[in-house]
Design a binder for this molecule. Structure first.
Ligand SMILES: *[C@@H]1O[C@H](CO)[C@@H](O)[C@H](O)[C@H]1NC(C)=O
Ligand SMILES: *[C@@H]1O[C@H](CO)[C@@H](O)[C@H](O)[C@H]1NC(C)=O
Ligand SMILES: *[C@@H]1O[C@H](CO)[C@@H](O)[C@H](O)[C@H]1NC(C)=O
Ligand SMILES: CC(=O)N[C@H]1CO[C@H](CO)[C@@H](O)[C@@H]1O
Length: 637
């Protein structure tokens, strides 16, 4: 109980180190809650009210910390084993970096664990990986909108005091170049009248066709053209009604200045937006399907629609079973197949709230009038009979986002993963259209692979194949329900492998015993005082051993040696038996050890007159058998 992290071997150094971190974590954070609530409880009464909840969350964090430790250890072990297998002595900096970055392993912990494995850690490589990751993050930040510029309350109240009304963003639903006027330019710390384009800046226009990030839909990108220069729009956010375009100088335009009062043209990247729309509509269908399959308690906790995937967080206390994932996916795909019209209309908030089954995001403040997006019936039909039970079987949401006009345009939907991200909150990741078709195709390819593998008769080949399919499957972005199925298929294959191995083992024993018996019988009938022979059972030591034991039992006091090799790995196994009453004090190791020398062999044993050896150069088995024959002839005659 003092060390609740399970799954990590308690090697002494590692144990004490992890234990230390764990204790530090628990004692620090957990005990702070009481003190903190005592100190701050009068100022923030909600702390007192939620003391238990806060403790629960911390306890959950502890659990997930443990979990990460264990997962990190598994990752470490895999990497360390791989290094050792390849005869290396250094864990790569990249591996150490992944442990640090993804699993929160301090590098000195990684180093200590590496010592346990007889390895060192490439810290220089770690530094290089760290620098690369930093550079990547910098680039991503730059691409995603340079330095982040936000309008704080002070800034928006300044705009308000100047009499600037909030940005008219109704043109965001149109698909054409939009003309507007520059109202304010913000550097991140102050308002200026002219931007030179040397630095990123925030731009507030009178009206805009750019979609600012909201309602779980990512912002638009594109460009804004002024009278003397074009600027890239890298990010668009809304602050207290003011839409802020985060702009940078666009390479290729000759002059670069923009001033308050300039007329500009807004050019949204509609191709990018077109990639987002089907995914956003699918998010609505997913939200609907989740409630239908899992129950009414499912509430949207957040979502984001990116060009490459959609993510949906929702309240649910336990993992969603694969069969439920399949039903959810099927509902969305059925709606896509049904080719339902997607409608959007602005209506009074009070009217919207009367619509049976309408989804809104808890905690979100909605404007009035509000926009309703329905899939299937028109919004006006909903309003005509808002209480109808019918509306429980369709998706209606308050949403300001951009959508496709018919569900058919989403083409396909694949639910790729489902996982817990916090207490009572799960996350689904899904793809649509081309990505979804690819995911389904990939699942089919893997199933074909499994099917092919099930026809393999040779145990060793099957074993290799299963290993490689498992690796592919783990990493594959395929529908989660299919992944669960395929895992089931693989465990069937593994059963098959176990049976094949068992059967092969039995056959090998029969084969080796028969070979040894025949050879021993022939030796005896020729008057030879020993038997050296070779069985064809690969590296099956059990079979070779059994052959020697059986032959010695039958032909009492006959020394027997049996070889068997595996050509593909060029390895050999050997067993030898010499009865205790053999002439001239002949001992089994005196026979085995020199005989396997040509095989670069190593041998041992000798108890009860039985010894075994292995060799790493099976190509010289003939020579080894001749030596065995010579020694026995000499010693036993
Ligand atoms: C890695 O970087 C740290 C911090 O910059 C530095 O102290 C350390 O010497 C570096 N290690 C190696 C091996 O380059
Ligand atoms: C608010 O803006 C004014 C005017 O630019 C400035 O003087 C003041 O320092 C700002 N206050 C804060 C808290 O940023
Ligand atoms: C995989 O298992 C499913 C049932 O779970 C079965 O319908 C399917 O045929 C199996 N596929 C293969 C390739 O074994
Ligand atoms: C993640 C995802 O599925 N993105 C898709 C959004 O929809 C478009 C189709 O218009 C796909 O091309 C994207 O792959």
């Amino acid at each position: 109980s003092i060390f609740p992290v399970t799954g990590i071997p308690h090697s002494s150094v590692l144990f004490s180190k992890v234990h230390l971190i764990y204790n530090y974590f628990v004692s620090c954070l957990y005990s702070l809650v009481d003190v903190f609530v005592q100190l701050m409880g009068d100022v923030f009464p909600e702390l007192k009210d939620n003391e238990k909840k806060i403790k629960d969350i911390i306890r959950d964090e502890e659990a997930s910390f443990e979990n990460t430790l264990v997962k990190g250890y598994e990752r470490f072990k895999k990497a360390a084993d791989a290094v050792k297998e390849n005869g290396g002595a250094v864990l790569s900096g990249q591996d150490a970096f992944v442990l640090w970055d993804t699993y929160g392993y301090p590098t000195d912990l990684t180093e200590v664990m590496a010592v346990d494995f007889g390895l060192s850690v490439d810290m220089e490589g770690f530094n290089v990986s760290m620098e690369e990751a930093r550079q990547k993050a910098r680039n991503a930040r730059y691409k995603a909108g340079g330095k982040s510029i936000v309008l704080d309350a002070n800034a928006t109240s300044q705009l308000h005091n100047q009499g600037l009304s909030s940005t008219n963003d109704s043109p965001k639903f149109q698909h054409e170049v939009h003309s507007s006027v520059v109202k304010a330019i913000y550097t991140g710390s102050e308002f200026i009248t002219t931007a030179s384009g040397d630095e990123d800046f925030g731009l507030v226009l009178e009206s805009t066709s750019f979609y600012a990030e909201q309602g779980g839909q990512i912002y638009d990108t594109g460009s804004i053209e002024g009278p003397s220069g074009s600027f890239a729009v890298n990010n668009v956010q809304v602050f207290a009604g003011y839409v802020l375009h985060i702009c940078s100088f666009l390479e290729g335009s000759d002059s670069r200045a923009l001033s308050v009062g300039d007329e500009v043209k807004c050019k949204v990247d509609y191709a990018r937006r077109a990639l987002i729309a089907p995914n956003h509509t699918c998010t609505h269908m997913l939200n609907f399907a989740l409630r239908k399959v899992l129950g009414d308690h499912v509430d949207q906790k957040g979502s984001i629609v990116l060009p490459e995937k959609l993510r949906f967080d929702f309240s649910h206390g336990k993992p969603v079973q694969p069969e439920d994932l399949r039903r959810i996916e099927d509902i969305v795909n059925q709606q896509i197949k049904d080719g339902l019209e997607v409608h959007a209309q602005e209506i009074k908030l009070a009217d919207a709230k009367r619509i049976n089954g309408l989804r809104a995001v808890f905690g979100e403040i909605y404007p009035d009038p509000v926009r309703v997006v329905s899939i299937g019936p028109k919004v006006e039909d909903l309003l005509a009979n808002p209480e109808s039970k019918q509306w429980l079987s369709i998706s209606t949401e308050l949403c300001g986002g951009t959508h496709i006009s018919n569900t058919r345009d989403a083409a396909a939907f694949a639910l790729i993963s489902e996982e817990g991200i916090a207490k009572g909150v799960r996350r689904i990741t899904a793809v649509t259209a081309e990505c979804a078709s690819q995911a389904i195709k990939l699942a089919q390819l893997i199933e074909t692979d499994i099917n092919e593998a099930s026809k393999l008769l040779d145990g060793a080949t099957l074993e290799k194949k299963i290993g490689s399919i498992k690796n592919t499957l783990d990493a594959a972005a395929i529908p989660a329900a299919r992944k669960a199925d395929l895992r089931g298929n693989i465990s069937k294959l593994e059963d098959q492998l176990r049976k094949a191995k068992k059967k092969m083992g039995e056959e090998n024993i029969q084969k080796a015993v028969k070979t040894a018996m025949d050879a021993a019988e022939a030796a005896v009938s020729q008057g030879k005082p020993f038997c050296v022979t070779r069985a064809d059972v690969g590296l099956d030591t059990t079979a070779v051993r059994e052959a020697v034991v059986k032959a010695m039992n039958r032909f009492k006091s006959l020394p027997v040696m049996v070889f068997s090799i595996d050509e593909s790995s060029n390895k050999a196994v050997v067993y030898a038996g010499v009865p205790p009453d053999a002439p001239n004090g002949f001992k089994v190791l005196d026979w085995l050890t020199p005989s396997i020398a040509p095989l670069k062999g190593r041998g041992g044993g000798g108890k009860n007159g039985l010894a075994q050896g292995q060799g790493s150069d099976a190509s010289r088995v003939q020579e080894a058998m001749e030596i065995a024959t010579q020694i026995a002839s000499m010693k036993l005659s």
